[in-house]
Write a protein that binds this ligand. Structure first.
Ligand SMILES: Nc1ncnc2c1ncn2[C@@H]1O[C@H](COP(=O)(O)OP(=O)(O)O)[C@@H](O)[C@H]1O
Ligand SMILES: [Mg+2]
Length: 393
C-alpha cells in the first residue's frame, strides 16, 4: 500500500488513528465535566497507571482535548526526574500554569488575565527566592512554602471559574517522577480544593507503582482519586484498533492476518501501531494476507529492537544489565527479587545499588515488596533475543 497514506501512528504520545477500548475512561471524564457543569463539585480526579506503551499519554491528551472543548482551563505537565539541585519540576509547573492562562479561550479567564498573572509570577518568585536562599535541593526545600504557594496559585487561577460551571484540570503525565515534596503539596491542594469547592481536578498518569507512591505521600490520597489501571486492549478493541483505520483507507485484513497481529502484540497498543504500520507498507493487495502479517511482525520486532527496547537497555551499566539478565532467568512477568539474587550469587546488598538505579531509570519497578517486573511489555523477550549476545564483558 502507499506509505504516504499509512494511517498508523507508532510512537510515544502519538495519537492513534483510533483510540480503541478506552470508552469507560472517556465516559468517566465526561461525567466529571457534566457534574461540574451542574455545579456539583464533589468529584474525584483520575489516576491512570500502567506499563510503558499502553496508551496513558494519548489518553491524557484526549481528555485534555475533551476538557478544552468544554471551555475548561487545562494545564499540561510532565514530571521529569530531577538532577540534583535542579528546580525543574516546580518552575516548569508554574510556567505551565502561565502558559495555560495565556492561551485559554475561556472568557472569564481572558477577562481577568491581568490580575491572574501576577499570582503566578509571585509563585515563581517564591520558588526562585527559595532557590537562592536555601540551596534549591529537595532536602532543603521548604514544604510549607511550597504548599501554600501552590495553594495560592490554584486559588488565584480557579477564582474566575467559580460558579461558571467550568473547571480547571491539571494533567500530570509521568507523575511518579515528581519528588515527594511537590507530590504531597499537590495532593494537599487537591484535598483542599475538594473541601472548599474549588473546581480543580488533577488527572494523573504514571507507572504501575503510582497509586502506592501517592498513598505514601499522603494517606488520604486513596480517597482523592478514581484509580484506573490502563492495560493491554481486549481482543475486540485490538481488532478494532487495527481494522478500522485500514478500512477507512480502503484496505482490509483477512481474518488470519488480523488474528496473527493481535496474538503477536498481546493487546499492547504500541505494538499494534508498529505492526499495523508495517503491514500497510508491506501489503501489495488491498486484503492483507497471513504472509503479510508474518512479515509485518518480523519487521515490527526489528523496528522495536532498534528503538523502543534499547532505549532502556542502552542506558544501563554492565552490572545493571547483568541484573536484568538475571531477571529474565527468573521468569516472565512479575518475579521474586530473591530468585534474581539467587541466580546472580552474592548478597542482596551487593546488588541493591544496581536494582535502585534501574528503578530510577524507569526500566524496572517493584509491584510489591520483594517482587520485580520490567516497565516495558516484552522486555524480557528482547533481552533473550539480544542481551545475551553481548556476553558478560
Ligand atoms: N487505545 C489505543 N488504541 C490504539 N492505539 C493506541 C491506544 N493507546 C495508545 N495507542 C498507541 O500506542 C502508542 C503508545 O501510546 P502512549 O500514550 O505513548 O503510551 P504510554 O504513555 O502509556 O507509554 C502510540 O503509538 C499510540 O498511538
Ligand atoms: Mg507516556
Amino acid at each position: 500500500m502507499d506509505p504516504a497514506l499509512n494511517p498508523y501512528n507508532p510512537g510515544s504520545g502519538l495519537m492513534p488513528p483510533l483510540l480503541a477500548g478506552r470508552s469507560s475512561e472517556l465516559e468517566r471524564f465526561d461525567t466529571l465535566i457534566i457534574r461540574v457543569g451542574m455545579g456539583n463539585l464533589a468529584n474525584r480526579g483520575l489516576v491512570f497507571s500502567g506499563l510503558r506503551g499502553v496508551g496513558k499519554t494519548v489518553l491524557l491528551n484526549q481528555l485534555r482535548h475533551q476538557a478544552e472543548q468544554h471551555n475548561w482551563l487545562t494545564i499540561q505537565f510532565e514530571g521529569r526526574s530531577e538532577e540534583k539541585g535542579d528546580a525543574g519540576n516546580h518552575l516548569r509547573l508554574a510556567e505551565e500554569f502561565e502558559r495555560a492562562l495565556l492561551r485559554s479561550r475561556n472568557q472569564r479567564i481572558k477577562k481577568s488575565l491581568n490580575s491572574l498573572l501576577p499570582g503566578v509570577s509571585s509563585f515563581k518568585v517564591q520558588l526562585l527566592g527559595a532557590g537562592i536562599e536555601v540551596d534549591f535541593s529537595s532536602q532543603n526545600r521548604n514544604s510549607v512554602t511550597l504548599e501554600i504557594g501552590l495553594s495560592n496559585l490554584v486559588e488565584v487561577v480557579v477564582e474566575p471559574l467559580k460558579g461558571s460551571g467550568k473547571g480547571c484540570a491539571l494533567f500530570i503525565d509521568e507523575m511518579q517522577e515528581l519528588e515527594p515534596q511537590l507530590l504531597s503539596s499537590l495532593l494537599a491542594v487537591q484535598h483542599a480544593a475538594h473541601q472548599d469547592g474549588w473546581p480543580f481536578f488533577i488527572i494523573g498518569a504514571g507507572l504501575p507503582t503510582l497509586p502506592a507512591t501517592l498513598s505514601s505521600a499522603r494517606s488520604y490520597a486513596e480517597r482523592l482519586f478514581d484509580y484506573r489501571v490502563i492495560g493491554p486492549l481486549s481482543e475486540e478493541a485490538a481488532r478494532l484498533a487495527l481494522a478500522q483505520p485500514a478500512e477507512k483507507c480502503g484496505a482490509r485484513y483477512s481474518d488470519p492476518a488480523v488474528e496473527y497481529l493481535i496474538d503477536a502484540a498481546e493487546g499492547y497498543p504500541f505494538f499494534l501501531q508498529v505492526f499495523g504500520q508495517q503491514i500497510w507498507d508491506i501489503a501489495h493487495e488491498k486484503e492483507f494476507s497471513i504472509s503479510d502479517a508474518q512479515e509485518a511482525v518480523y519487521r515490527g520486532f526489528e523496528h522495536l529492537d532498534r528503538g523502543f527496547f534499547p532505549s532502556r537497555w542502552d542506558r544501563a551499566t554492565e552490572k545493571e544489565r547483568r541484573y536484568m539478565r538475571a531477571m529474565v532467568d527468573a521468569g516472565q512477568g512479575v518475579i521474586e527479587t530473591s530468585d534474581v539474587i539467587a541466580s546472580l550469587g552474592g548478597a542482596y546488598s551487593e546488588w541493591s545499588v544496581a536494582r535502585a538505579s534501574l528503578i530510577k531509570k524507569g526500566a524496572i519497578y517493584a509491584p510489591e515488596r520483594g517482587k520485580l517486573a520490567f516497565t516495558v511489555p516484552g522486555m524480557a523477550r528482547f533481552i533473550e533475543r539480544h542481551g545475551a549476545d553481548e556476553g558478560e564483558r
